[in-house]
Design a protein around this ligand. Structure first.
Ligand code: FEO
Length: 400
């Protein structure tokens, strides 16, 4: 790990977390980074800090450039502990002249660390501060994804420091978007959006409009996680626009859990129906082996979500209940839903899954299919036909 100059006199000095595998329920198979940026000017400024356990890594990077005690300002764009839990230690070491944050950021810092006397300087949207040759403009981005979140924009460098927005959970020796394969990079961004920002999509739309109105010249976006965008700035802004408008592709996801393979047989029959109709791609997700956050990544731009669970104890299987709870919280929109499942005697699961999708305002053109115990081969035709009908509907609704 080493500091990296990303623009003249602006350096990445963050920390790489190679080991984290769960980020409050989001699977981080590739680890993550906590990005901090050091800007050298008359007033030396550190943008964002890192997790408490990673402060020594960040300090090591800063020391490779300057004596940390020379830092004048710390800008805290976001107060979630992955960026702020190291702050008390950093303040002790640096004794900064100012801690710059949004109005909600000051409130959140006090509510986290109970320090009324830190040298806060609150910056609302539209305010700016000069550091000498450079300026930092602030833009509050409330609820993207916390009330305190804000962006810092440095016009002289055409650089947007975007906090969590435009991030990825991805630990690597590379620091820039063009240093890894494009589709892999976009996949990490999609997973991040689907699991962190999807709920706030209406606000993302407003933010994108706002950024357009401000006419900011941006040739680099430096998020607090993952790779810095320098080649694919336009592509990531376009992807955020699509995702936040819930634009879907001709895709379906079939998500199921199974007890004794009957519901699995139904899931495969639904898949077969989609394939028979043709022109729509589909993926089968067995909840026993797939993580909810990976499934959500595929839900993000799929038109249909088809759910299968047998009935257990008058309800659906617990993994399906967990997945539905998670998906409902993220509020995907503009989807077609359907449910299926086997049962032995009471058979409530299909109705329950359908009701939850109705609450989520999914379009539900089908009643749902239930089979008692083990479906006969001929009966599975109903599932095949349902898959084909949904695929046809997807093609009618999604232009290529
Ligand atoms: Fe990376 Fe919302 O913290």
């Amino acid at each position: 790990m080493s500091a990296t100059e990303i623009k003249k006199d602006i350096h990445w000095v963050g920390a790489i977390d190679w080991s984290i595998r769960d980020f409050h329920g989001y699977s981080t198979y590739n680890g993550t980074t906590y990005n901090s940026f050091l800007m050298l000017d008359d007033k030396i400024t550190l943008f964002d800090t890192v997790k408490a356990s990673k402060v020594s890594d960040m300090m090591h990077n800063i020391r490779s450039i300057i004596d940390p005690k020379k830092i004048d300002y710390i800008v805290m764009n976001h107060i979630e502990p992955d960026h702020s839990s190291g702050l008390p230690k950093v303040i002790d070491l640096i004794q900064p002249e100012k801690i710059i944050c949004s109005p909600m950021g000051k409130k959140a810092l006090i509510e986290h660390f109970h320090q009324e006397n830190w040298p806060y300087q609150v910056m609302e949207t539209g305010k700016s501060i000069s550091t000498g040759a450079k300026t930092i403009n602030f833009l509050e981005t409330r609820m993207l994804h916390w009330p305190d979140s804000m962006f810092s924009y440095i016009p002289e460098a055409k650089l947007l420091i975007s906090s969590d927005a435009f991030g990825e959970h991805y630990a690597s020796s590379e620091r820039f978007d063009d240093e890894i394969e494009f589709h892999e990079w976009m996949g990490h961004n999609a997973k991040y959006y689907a699991n962190i920002l999807l709920l706030y999509s209406p606000l993302v739309q407003k933010l994108l409009e706002n950024v357009k109105k401000l006419n900011l010249e941006i040739d680099m976006i430096a998020p607090d996680h993952g790779l810095i965008k320098r080649k694919y700035v336009k592509e990531i802004l376009e992807a955020y626009d699509r995702w936040s408008r819930y634009v879907a592709k001709r895709k379906a996801v079939i998500v199921y859990d199974t007890m004794w393979h009957s519901t699995e047989m139904m899931a495969k029959a639904v898949y077969e129906g989609i394939m028979k109709e043709g022109g729509v791609s589909a993926a089968l997700y067995d909840l026993q082996v797939n993580h909810r956050s990976d499934i959500m990544t595929d839900v993000l731009d799929s038109k249909a979500v088809m759910l299968g669970s047998p009935t257990l104890n008058n309800g659906m299987l617990p993994r399906m209940a967990g997945f539905l709870h998670y998906m409902k919280g993220l509020k995907p929109q503009n989807k077609i839903g359907s449910a299926f499942g086997s049962y032995g005697w009471s058979g409530e699961a299909v109705k329950m899954m359908t009701e939850i999708m109705a609450d989520m305002k999914f379009d539900l053109p089908e009643q749902g299919i239930r089979f008692k115990y083990v479906p006969e081969h001929a009966k599975l035709k109903e599932c095949v036909e349902m898959g084909a009908r949904i695929a046809k509907m997807i093609k009618e609704q999604v232009q290529e």
